[in-house]
Design a protein around this ligand. Structure first.
Ligand code: NDP
Length: 444
């Protein structure tokens, strides 16, 4: 395999899909050597079959808003690869959603799920519908219309969706309810469900907590204590909230949070009372982060991201490409020594280059944020056995999975000078498992 030739071909075939091409290039460029040690991979044209999704469903979602007007959105499900288990990956509702973004997410998900040690393939879905500013009834009607189209393609052993940006407990509940009605089964086809109907304890917390557990593993390789460290977080949704919660518990200082309108800065770190307010503001009132600043009279800057504030650790937890090269250089110049990604592909290729060049602890999302899908896998396991584990049991399993992922990154990513290149490690570890499974199953 020649990584450049693979990319040239994909660029020619999918010229309007920049995020997809970006995600593929990051992986292909780091697995080239390992791939070429196995000539049988090339004979089976494995790389192309791994980069191009198994199938894509695209459909119109028509629904009626509160004023009686008919609205139309696009809906998608990308089933990327099921070599190691049923397709698995979240659903994103955001105005920016398009095929390129969902293809990048489904591609990443395949490698991430492989790293979790659980039997899950990769998928992603979503719509350009934005729940922001919609009433509960509008969100419910949209979710039902979305599932009326998608339900035939998913199932407990086929494809198991979950949440992502714009899809939290409320949306999962509405979608799962409709799925259950259409499919006439109660087998837990979604994860992230309410606790009363098959959800797992610690699933809401899992991505944020898991990212902090991964960070602790990274810090341990350099003997660094998290206590008192200043952490800049972006976003204020599910991942950001639980990242902040675990950090506070461990004595770190959370100095920033944000939303798509702007960033709050609290120099001495958020207090527990302030974080509780953010949970309530975002999850119950669905308000804006600027309201936090008004309430607590802290610094709020509209239209900026958090990376200009001096910090020790950055945990981007909002969206893709939210740290560019310039911002990476600013973070480094201000002394940031660790970046652990809660979001998917939040750092641009230029930013990643800067982090690796500076030899800081840098964990790509497919390793650091894998805790969410891991506990989704544990939710599937509990549903299949019709049992529930305690919060402590699930949390212990989550910690152990994150340590295992860290170990895989170390094994596959340690460089001759001892530096752990987590990008190389995560991509190669994730790749080898999927590739081996694909080879064993023939050309499908
Ligand atoms: P939420 O919808 O709960 O929160 C998203 C947060 O990011 C909000 O604060 C939102 O602000 C902000 N945001 C979204 N889009 C943009 C944008 N274009 N520019 C600036 N800010 C933006 O989503 P999650 O917390 O679930 O997801 C956050 C990230 O983590 C995503 O990249 C997701 O793919 C990833 N992830 C999530 C997992 C999960 O279990 N939920 C698992 C693994 C990864 P606003 O309210 O203004 O839109």
């Amino acid at each position: 395999m020649n990584a450049k030739a693979v990319m040239d071909d994909l660029r020619r075939r999918f010229p309007n899909e920049p995020e997809y091409l970006q995600a593929v290039e990051e992986v292909v460029s780091t697995i080239e050597d390992a791939y070429n040690e196995h000539p049988e991979f090339e004979r089976y044209n494995l790389i192309e079959r791994l980069c191009i999704p198994d199938r894509i469903f695209a459909f119109r979602v028509s629904w009626v808003d509160d004023k009686g007007r008919v609205q139309n959105n696009m809906g998608y499900r990308i089933q990327h690869n099921n070599a190691i288990g049923p397709y698995k990956g979240g659903i994103r509702f955001h105005a920016s959603v398009n095929l390129s973004i969902l293809k990048f997410l489904a591609f990443e998900q395949t490698f991430k799920n492989s790293l979790t040690t659980l039997a899950m393939g990769g998928a992603k879905g979503g719509s350009d519908f934005s729940p922001r500013g919609k009433s509960n009834m509008e969100v419910m009607r949209f979710c039902q219309a979305f599932i009326a189209e998608l339900w035939r393609q998913i199932g407990p052993d086929t494809d198991v969706p979950a949440g992502d940006i714009g899809v939290g407990a409320r949306e999962v509940g509405y979608m799962y309810g409709m799925y259950k009605k259409m499919a006439r089964e109660n087998t837990g086809t979604f994860t992230g469900k309410g606790l009363e109907f098959g959800g797992s304890l610690i699933r809401p917390e899992a991505t944020g907590y898991g990212n902090v557990y991964f960070l602790l593993n990274m810090l341990a390789t350099r003997g660094i204590d998290i206590k008192g460290k200043r952490v800049a977080i972006s976003g204020s949704g599910n991942v950001a909230q639980y990242t902040a919660k675990k950090l506070l518990e461990l004595g770190a200082k959370v100095i920033t949070m944000s939303d798509s309108d702007g960033t709050i800065y609290v120099k001495d770190g958020l207090t527990q009372e302030q974080l509780d307010y953010i949970f309530e503001l975002k999850n119950y009132y669905r308000g804006r982060i600027s309201e936090f600043a008004e309430n607590f009279e802290c610094e709020y800057t509209p239209g900026i991201r958090p990376w200009g504030y001096p910090c020790d650790i950055a945990m981007p937890s909002a969206t893709q490409n939210e740290i560019n090269g310039e911002e990476a250089r600013t973070l480094l110049a201000n002394g940031c020594f660790a970046v652990s990604e809660g979001a998917n592909m939040p750092s641009t290729p230029e930013a990643i280059k800067e982090f690796l060049k500076a030899r800081i602890l840098y964990a790509p999302g497919k390793a650091a944020n894998a805790g969410g899908v891991s506990v989704s896998g544990l939710e599937m396991a509990q549903n299949a056995q019709k049992i529930t584990w305690t919060a402590d049991e699930v949390d212990a399993k989550l910690k152990s999975i994150m340590a295992d992922i860290h170990h895989q990154c170390e094994v596959f990513g340690k460089e001759p000078d001892g530096y752990i290149n987590y990008v190389k490690g995560a991509n190669n570890a994730g790749f080898m498992k999927v590739a081996t499974a694909m080879m064993a199953q023939g050309i499908l």
